[in-house]
Ligand binder design. Structure first.
Ligand SMILES: Cc1cc2nc3c(=O)[nH]c(=O)nc-3n(C[C@H](O)[C@H](O)[C@H](O)COP(=O)(O)OP(=O)(O)OC[C@H]3O[C@@H](n4cnc5c(N)ncnc54)[C@H](O)[C@@H]3O)c2cc1C
Length: 428
């Protein structure tokens, strides 16, 4: 039966291609746990899996179904490094910290591939990524980035593509130049989510759906989470709600803002071997980034069009088709078989947010569109922390992530204005 996520619009092609997405029960009543986790996306489930494997008693709740947030619905692109380029971060943080953050993201990439391989989860990994420039004026920055990554960050997998190579690898002359990254790739996000949830349950984590956290507080040395299905009392807790935090916890809500992003899937492109012949995924240089790739069976999965309010547009398909047409005129009338969206959690500096928001309660999110590999790894790192093991999570805790300006009343309106301005600049 088709399932419509109550918190993310549209029916995804991912869902349609994972016929065996399991359901988990609602929490049967109040619980006691070593660690409580709120949010069943990659962050929460990886934490649950690793904690349970490490011998902890873990209870994870999700207000909807596991994967109804971003983790089951995203573009599936790993990318490389953090969202902000390492050479940009270097200017602010210095080389050593920028390198450590870059290395952390490389560890994240390896972690996800190793995790899927070790547990026999077919995540449909396909190698290769093209980052393409829509304005000639960005060319020098792109060339410098390739050099910096090889010479200063020890990443030799990037090469600069001139206009001809870019056109050949894309099957489109829409872009001026690009960077080819042979050290990364893309996956089927829902297959990873479903496999991960199964492994977490198998390791002994208690997973509950349709169980919404209403309040988190510290009471007499314990963390107490009030839900619509009873109370969880735990030694510590992880808030892994990312862009869907709502008004559950104000510190996270003021640092991680939701942006809606939308994806459309076409039928299999049987007559267009010229489109992405190498099977890479693509992201472009627009502020409202367009990201696309072919699925393993040859559909175009095209993401773009952002919205800065939580309203659900009535028609996602025609916007996506218009953007496809600009890049691939031959697909002007292509069918969009599935169209959906979800909320991406962004922070002001586009670096992840990780903070102890009250004693014993850590919140992690705000991967800023780079969370496929990072959220999985951060969930694992949180488990390491809770189990008393060495962890790279301090690298994120040390980052200065300012709150969005405007307070709870005005920050959405201010963000809307700021982002709309940047979106307008994409067209100038
Ligand atoms: C359309 C789209 C495309 C994207 N494309 C890419 C991409 O190509 N590459 C990339 O790296 N990243 C991409 N991202 C981002 C990436 O998907 C996320 O960074 C990542 O999935 C975040 O995982 P998470 O577990 O932190 O959060 P989520 O997966 O969003 O999970 C949060 C969960 O918290 C639950 N929750 C919220 N409030 C409560 C509550 N009160 N009680 C209980 N549960 C609650 C929600 O139901 C939800 O399931 C994309 C995101 C979207 C939406």
């Amino acid at each position: 039966m088709e399932w419509q996520s109550p918190i993310s619009p549209g029916l995804s092609w991912y869902e349609a291609t994972v016929p065996d997405r399991p359901s988990y029960p609602a929490m049967p009543g109040s619980q006691r746990a070593d660690v409580a986790i709120i949010g069943g996306g990659y962050t929460g489930l990886q934490a649950a899996f690793n904690l349970a494997k490490g011998g902890a008693d873990v209870t994870l709740i999700d207000a909807c179904r596991l994967g109804d947030g971003a983790s089951g619905r995203n573009g599936g692109q790993f990318g490389t490094g953090q969202r902000a380029w390492a050479d940009e971060a270097e200017e602010v943080l210095g080389h050593e910290r920028a390198q450590l953050l870059f290395d952390m993201a490389e560890n994240a990439k390896r972690y996800v591939l190793d995790f899927a391989g070790a547990h026999g989860i077919d995540i449909e990994f396909m190698p290769g990524q093209l980052s393409v420039g829509h304005k000639r004026s960005f060319e020098t920055d792109y060339r410098r980035h390739v050099e910096a990554m090889a010479e200063r960050f020890g990443y030799p997998h990037l090469s600069f593509m001139n206009r001809e190579e870019t056109a050949h690898r894309l099957g489109s002359r829409h872009y001026h130049f690009g960077i080819r990254d042979t050290g990364t790739g893309h996956i089927h996000p829902m297959k990873l989510l479903v496999g991960l949830a199964r492994q977490a349950a198998f390791a002994g984590a208690k997973l509950y759906e349709q169980t919404k956290a209403l309040k988190v507080e510290k009471k007499g040395g314990a963390v107490v989470i009030e839900t619509n299905r009873g109370t969880i009392t735990a030694d510590r807790a992880l808030i892994a709600c990312n862009a869907y935090i709502g008004d559950l916890e104000p510190v996270t809500a003021s640092h991680v803002m939701p942006i809606r992003s939308f994806i459309g899937a076409t039928p299999v492109l049987t007559n267009h071997p010229e489109i992405l012949p190498g099977g890479e995924s693509v992201d472009d240089s627009r502020f409202v980034v367009r990201y696309f790739r072919k699925s393993k069976d040859g559909r175009l999965l095209f993401g773009g069009r952002e919205a800065y309010t939580a309203d659900n547009p009535r028609d996602i398909s025609s916007h996506i088709r218009r953007q496809i047409r600009e890049i691939y005129p031959a697909l002007a009338d292509i069918d969009i078989t599935h169209a959906w969206g979800g909320s991406v959690g962004i922070t002001m500096p586009r670096q992840p947010f990780c903070r102890e928001v009250m004693p014993g309660v850590t919140s992690i999110g705000g991967y800023s569109g780079h969370g496929v590999m990072l959220s999985n790894y951060c969930g694992k790192l949180y488990a390491d922390l809770a189990l008393g093991r060495a962890t790279e999570l301090d690298l994120l805790t040390d980052l200065k992530i300012p709150a969005f300006p405007g307070g709870t009343r005005f920050r959405s309106a201010l963000l809307f204005l700021a982002l709309s301005w940047y979106a307008l600049r994409d067209r100038l």
